[in-house]
Design a protein around this ligand. Sequence first.
Ligand SMILES: Nc1nc2c(ncn2[C@@H]2O[C@H](COP(=O)(O)OP(=O)(O)OP(=O)(O)O)[C@@H](O)[C@H]2O)c(=O)[nH]1
Ligand SMILES: [Zn+2]
Length: 186
Amino acid sequence: MINKSKIKEAATMLIEAIGEDASREGLLETPDRIARMYEEVFSGIWKTAEEYLAKNFEVESNDLVIEKDIVFHSMCEHHFLPFFGKVHIAYIPNGRVAGLSKLARTVEVYSKKPQLQERLTYEIANALMKYLNVQGAMVVVEAEHMCMNMRGVRKPGTKTVTSCYRGIFEEDKNLRQEVMALISMK
Ligand SMILES: Nc1nc2c(ncn2[C@@H]2O[C@H](COP(=O)(O)OP(=O)(O)OP(=O)(O)O)[C@@H](O)[C@H]2O)c(=O)[nH]1
Ligand SMILES: [Zn+2]
């Protein structure tokens, strides 16, 4: 559970620690804003996508489903700076499909916490396997990390691409290639 008053206290200390004046007008409400922002961007801590993926519909044919270009914003756990980009999800159903919006909600849950891009990628794939009981899931994430852009190595424009496949995607190279071709299609 997010403790907003503790975040406010910590934010005031941070402002003072960088040598700023926490009581000047422009910064007066900043600790409260930071607390509200953290409540939003860390709203996925300790949550799973079970409630979203449990709402599913029967299908007679287990054909490939792809939801691509799902925009996300997350926070890198090393620097608490944003990383953001697109998630592409593919799966082969096992008699049931999820509502399309629930795939985007799944991305939201796992991106709203201190995260690693690799972990975000496999947590989405694992959730589909576990909560929608699909025959296979494949997830590709492409993102830009602000911690590589605005500080440190300073390489704006660098894209990190991660992928994860589970179930029948592990054995079926042709299926993986088909998904990659469909994801790349504009
Ligand atoms: N694998 C992975 N690394 C990440 C991710 N987000 C940030 N990083 C990296 O985490 C590493 C942390 O490295 P450290 O050496 O502990 O931290 P640092 O001194 O701030 O490193 P620099 O960024 O190189 O200045 C950096 O190389 C980041 O680029 C991510 O999602 N996945
Ligand atoms: Zn980072």
